[in-house]
Design a protein around this ligand. Structure first.
Ligand code: ADP
Ligand code: MG
Length: 714
């Protein structure tokens, strides 16, 4: 196994009374043939033509009996097949040279039986011979006999068995088509009568060439059928049948050439070993029974009560699951170890419980929040576009999961109460601001911003300012400034090329963005003012600290002076002089000042942080509104904008600009048709329709989000 082996090539010469002794000579070791063509036979042919050939082979069989041929050529191959090696024996040669005689022999005479019946005999399957019919195959066709061998060991315990096959090939006649013309005796190139032999030769040449990795087996039926019998892991033998007569020398030469080419082919014989699954299972069962017995003996020797080693049933597994749960809860201190199977099940149940808990936690979170994968940038940007997430990636929404929706005002926005509640809210804030003794940085300013520029109305509950602003932010991108402000009507005609963004931004800040810009600037100035105050307070604190240090030092000096001069006590009380007393008072006062200022600074810092947040928010909104305005002013067709106006069926901000932009002609048509057909007359149905559209949009949004979430779970 694993070593390469050459194809064995033998020659069998058909007995004849007219053997060409002059031309055909065998080597002393009977392993070579020399061919010599007499000059006078080469009539009229150029002198430099070759006249001598020598072929090295594995054996020449001259006047050999069928017995000897089988011994020499086939016996080893068949023996090896019984040990699991595939084998191929091929007879090659011109018609009438004795291929069929060699392979099958004669039916009439037992002594003259060929390789096939003998191989079957060697394989101890004599009875097949009787039913075997020796078909006379045409010299034009190939004949392949395949003997399949499957050998099991006589001992039942051996589950290995071998399979192999022996291919016995009686090829079609190899005679060639002579080229017409000139001298009949001249050796010249000719083609095979049988084309497949030519393909066989090509495959043989490829097999003999170590550098070739592609073997053309698929070219014809013959090579295809012999694919795994030529070369590969087979023991291969070629027997070339030749005539010994001078008249057949030309064909003899080409047959010998084929033989020597075949000798270049190497194979790598290997055993075909298989495992008998049934026997293997039986053996393992036996082994298992034995081991169980062994285990039982061990248990009884170790005084262990009967331990069950069988697989666990559902009840036992459920018990282990409950043990694991109790262990995790803390109501069970230990889980007793019983056997390996039980330990494995305990671990398994840990995994089960863990994954259940994970799912429960996730479910609880999903019930409460809309979860988005932080790595899914598409989802995040979609949510940001929809205004549901701030720039820091925090979801905007109420923690209890209610009242958060796209374009849906989370407050009770009853039109009737609008004006009233707005006023109430303002009053409430200004009083609270007065109480604090300072103007709140967020106070009326941002309230103006949120109430006048959005549909929001303050909650009838006592909502704090911060909450109010959060809500403002929540809807800021959803509910931008109304499009139908009087200014808009007088808008000059749209320029053909949009102005550069920085220029447009300046315009925006003076026009529609003026209010936001004003609030933004105000918030910024409040922020700056607070910063200034914080810095002043810090300076004061530092000054106080320095004074405190000086006072402390003076006090220490007084104290040491007193200690040096001797101390006075009166009824247990220390007597100190006035100077020291004043210093103590001063230090006390300074400490008080320090604490107050320090508290102020802390408050200021909190305010600054909050103002900063507001400024950021305003800036963000300013830019967003600008983007919307910019698109509307220079990109979105005006007829689409009709639908965007309040009362139209699209509200800006809800539909990403990119989608509005991508509405084709057809969509627009559908849109106006929809408006005409679906909208009955009367203002009541109008608002109903709007409400319906809102609901649908919210529904679509939620569906999209669910889609995202599901895609992430996968
Ligand atoms: P092929 O199959 O190569 O065409 P055959 O095997 O049919 O040739 O042989 C042609 C004839 O020669 C047959 O009658 C066969 O019995 C006979 N013959 C061939 N080889 C021998 C041999 N070695 N001894 C006796 N007869 C032979
Ligand atoms: Mg034949």
């Amino acid at each position: 196994m694993g070593t390469r082996k050459k194809v064995h090539a033998f020659v069998r010469v058909k007995p004849t009374d007219d053997f060409a002794h002059e031309m055909i000579k065998y080597g002393d070791d009977n392993k070579s043939i020399d061919i010599h063509i007499k000059k006078d036979l080469q009539k009229g042919v150029v002198n430099n033509k070759q006249t001598d050939w020598s072929f090295k082979l594995d054996g020449v069989l001259h006047n050999a009996s069928q017995d000897l041929v089988y011994e020499t050529v086939a016996k080893d191959v068949v023996a090896q097949a019984l040990d699991g090696y595939n084998g191929t024996i091929m007879c090659y040669g011109q018609t009438g040279a004795g291929k069929t005689y060699t392979m099958t022999g004669t039916t009439e005479n037992y002594k003259h039986r060929g390789i096939l019946p003998r191989a079957l005999q060697q394989g101890e399957t004599n009875r097949i011979i009787a039913s075997h019919t020796m078909n006379k195959n045409s010299s034009r066709s190939h004949c392949i006999f395949t003997i399949y061998v499957e050998a099991h060991s006589r001992t039942l315990s051996d589950e290995k068995y071998i399979t192999s096959k022996i291919n016995l090939v009686d090829l079609a006649g190899s005679e060639r088509l002579k080229k017409s013309g000139s001298e009949g005796r001249v050796l010249k190139e000719a083609t095979y009568i049988n084309k497949s032999l030519s393909f066989l030769e090509q495959a043989i040449i490829a097999l003999g060439d170590q550098k070739r990795d592609h073997i053309p087996f698929r070219q014809c039926k013959l090579t295809h059928a012999l694919k795994d019998s030529l070369g590969g892991n087979c023991n291969m033998v070629l027997l070339t049948n030749i005539y010994g007569e001078a008249s057949q020398l030309e064909e003899t030469l080409s047959s010998l050439r084929f033989a020597s080419r075949m000798k270049l082919v190497t194979t790598e014989p290997a055993i075909n070993e298989k495992y008998d699954a049934e026997r293997m299972v039986k053996n393992l069962e036996k082994e298992l029974a034995l081991l169980k017995q062994e285990l039982a003996i061990h248990d009884s020797l170790a005084n262990r009560t009967l331990v069950n080693y069988d697989p666990m049933d559902e009840i036992q597994i459920a018990e282990i699951n409950s043990q694991v749960r109790r262990y995790l809860e803390g109501t069970l201190d230990e889980i007793d170890i019983i056997n390996l199977r039980q330990i494995q099940e305990v671990f398994n149940q840990f995994r089960v419980v863990l994954s259940q808990q994970e799912q429960e936690v996730e479910l609880t979170l999903r019930r409460k929040y809309t979860l988005i994968d932080k790595n899914d940038f598409a989802a995040i940007s979609a949510v940001q576009k929809a205004g549901l997430m701030d720039v820091d990636g925090h979801l905007v929404g109420e923690p209890d999961g209610q009242g958060f929706g796209l374009g849906v005002t989370p407050f009770s926005a009853k039109p009737g109460k609008k004006a009233k509640s707005k006023k109430m809210f303002k009053e409430q804030l200004s009083t609270s601001a007065r109480k604090e003794g300072a103007s709140s940085p967020v106070g009326g300013k941002d309230l103006d911003f949120s109430t006048s520029k959005t549909q929001l109305t303050p909650s009838s509950k006592e909502g704090d300012v911060k909450d109010m602003l959060m809500r403002d932010r929540e809807t800021s991108s959803i509910e931008p400034l109304p499009l139908d402000s009087p200014k808009e009507e007088l808008r000059p005609p749209r320029p053909s090329t949009p102005p550069p963004k920085p220029v447009a931004f300046e315009d925006f800040k003076n026009e529609r963005g003026s209010e936001i810009n004003r609030i933004f600037k105000e918030n910024k100035s409040i922020l700056n003012e607070r910063r200034k105050r914080a810095s002043e307070t810090t300076q004061r604190i530092n000054a106080i600290k320095r004074e405190m240090d000086v006072t402390k030092e003076a006090l220490n000096f007084q104290k040491s002076l007193r200690e040096k001069q001797g101390e006075y006590e009166n009824k247990g009380l220390m007597i100190i002089d006035e100077e020291e007393f004043l210093l103590i008072l001063k230090l006390k006062d300074l400490k008080k000042q320090y604490r107050t200022e320090y508290q102020d600074l802390r408050d200021l810092k909190a305010e600054i942080q909050y103002c900063q947040h507001l400024v950021d928010q305003c800036r963000h909104r300013l830019l967003m509104e600008f983007d919307i305005w910019y698109n509307e002013s220079f990109f979105i067709p005006e007829d689409i904008q009709v639908s965007l106006k309040p009362g139209g069926s699209i509200r800006p901000g809800m539909v990403p600009i990119s989608r509005i932009m991508s509405l084709g002609e057809d969509d627009q048509d559908k849109f106006s048709q929809l408006q005409q057909t679906e909208l009955p007359e009367g203002p009541d149905s109008f608002s109903f329709y709007n409400a319906k559209v809102k609901t649908e949009q919210k529904h679509n949004y939620l569906k999209t989000m669910m889609g995202f979430q599901q895609a992430h779970r996968k």
